[in-house]
Design a protein around this ligand. Structure first.
Ligand code: IN0
Length: 431
């Protein structure tokens, strides 16, 4: 659970944290009895923490397919990431991985900790894969094949241009979006989403991870590959690692802001993708990581701490997002509010200030144009409640750039519906 200090600072985190803890215990009890499925679900909980809970809420067949897809991708990632494997061994494994999933005998020892267990006992994953419906198997095979080939291409290639960056992210995350859309379609509950929107869903998540993980990646021993594109960082420093040195703090933050602005480009596509979903469990599965991503970007923007340590949303906030994300209104409110946290952090002297501001305003416009944030809806009591859910994370920031007439209704709303202390507490950031 969240640290005691964090819970004391944010007492309204306690209820969602307890709910998450109980859901987690419940999910552990529901692990299937068959050894291969038991292995897959307990591995899923080990490697994906809270995300596993959201997977577990999907209908049975789709849940099994997503669980296996997730583990196959993690295994592929483990091979790609293991710098101790010589390139001439690694490349053929990546390229043939889509065939290994059909082979119950296949395994390849690499990775560390839980990933080593996943690789050593991969036969459980292939056994479970072989029990999936043909539609699910075909989708997983197709994406694994294209991703493995893309990863192999980038093993010896640096991410130089922004096009390279988009291409790399397409292989490792955009394709996940395409694959998931195929799985949702195969489940019979959703229409097949356009590839470009599915790709954007993955790119937005992956670019956020790449930004957030700068320090962890640059400090990795043995040296790992970096994914910040030279076309962006070379405007600020001579070497990517120079960003972490104190004397380059101003340049580092400018570069970071450039990267965040680039990631924000995908938001409108993501909103479009999510607004077309019909199934509640699929919707939550897609929306929760997206809200976590916009929250992480709001937290990282203009924040030198990205180059000093770990910048993550606090556990209680994650629990709140998981608890309170149920429909598109929640999504628009979260994106609107997180954009409002980012907006006042834009410094007019930042070289990309105008671009960032126009991105943020475009996102807010998309949220407003949805209709659910319109003034007339503020009169509906259910909406009052939803509005206050997200405002209760960061009450002061979220009021700053609403149109005046909405800000005043919102202040009234918040004062009427929220417990006192959480309204008046001045919020500085989201630790
Ligand atoms: C994911 C994505 C994911 C979920 C839902 C819809 C998606 C649509 C397109 C692309 C990806 C989509 O979500 C997970 C989220 C996750 O794993 N969160 C971690 C937190 C963390 O920091 O790692 C958790 O422990 O909760 C995700 O990040 N990726 C992913 C991988 C496989 C699948 Cl099936 C779905 C990884 C990535 C690289 C962003 C695609």
């Amino acid at each position: 659970m969240g640290s005691l200090a964090a819970v004391l600072r944010h007492p309204d985190d306690l209820y969602p944290l307890l709910k998450l803890k109980m859901a987690s215990r419940q999910a552990e009890k529901q692990i299937p009895p068959e050894p291969h499925w038991a292995f897959c679900y307990s591995m899923l909980h080990k490697v994906s923490r809270s995300f596993a809970l959201v997977i577990q809420q999907l209908g049975t067949d789709l849940r099994n397919a997503v669980c296996i897809f997730y583990l196959v991708l993690r295994a592929l990632d483990t091979v790609e990431d293991d710098t101790s494997i010589p390139t001439d061994v690694k490349v053929p494994i990546l390229i043939a991985f889509h065939r290994h999933v059909y082979d119950r005998e296949w395994h390849f020892s690499c990775g560390t900790k839980e990933y080593k267990v996943l690789m050593d006992q991969f036969h459980h994953v292939s056994t479970a894969f072989l029990e999936l419906g043909k539609g699910y198997q075909d989708a997983i095979e197709d994406i694994t094949k294209r991703m493995g080939a893309g990863m192999a291409k980038f093993i010896c290639k640096e991410v130089e241009s922004i096009d390279d960056y988009d291409e790399y992210c397409y292989y490792v995350a955009g394709l996940v979006g395409l694959g998931l859309s195929k799985l949702f379609y195969a489940s019979g509950t959703e229409d097949l989403a356009p590839d470009s929107l599915s790709n954007s869903m993955g790119l937005f998540l992956q670019k956020t991870n790449i930004i957030r993980d700068y320090l962890e990646d640059i400090n990795e021993i043995p040296k790992c590959r970096m994914f910040w594109p030279r076309e962006i960082w070379s405007k600020y420093v001579n070497k990517l690692e120079d960003l972490k040195y104190e004397e380059n703090s101003d340049k580092a933050v400018q570069c970071l802001n450039d990267m965040v602005t680039n990631a924000l480009m995908h938001v409108e596509d993501c909103l479009k993708y999510m607004s077309a979903l019909r199934d509640h469990a699929i919707f939550r599965f897609c929306a929760i990581p997206q809200i976590m991503a916009i929250g992480t970007l709001a937290l990282c923007y203009n924040n030198i701490e990205v180059f000093r340590g770990v910048v993550k949303m606090r556990r209680g906030l994650t629990a709140k997002v998981i608890d309170r994300t149920n429909n598109m209104t929640d999504v628009y409110l979260a994106f609107y509010d997180f954009s409002n946290i980012l907006k006042p952090k834009i410094n007019k002297n930042d070289p990309n200030a105008t671009k960032t501001l126009s991105r943020v305003e475009a996102i807010q416009k998309a949220c407003m144009d949805s209709g659910v944030l319109n003034k007339r809806f503020v009169k509906v009591s259910k909406f009052y409640k939803q509005l206050s859910y997200f405002s209760s994370y960061w009450p002061l920031f979220s009021l700053t750039s609403l149109p005046p007439e909405q800000a005043s209704s919102r202040i009234t709303t918040i004062f009427n519906l929220l417990p006192g202390p959480s309204i008046v507490r001045p919020i500085k950031c989201l630790p």
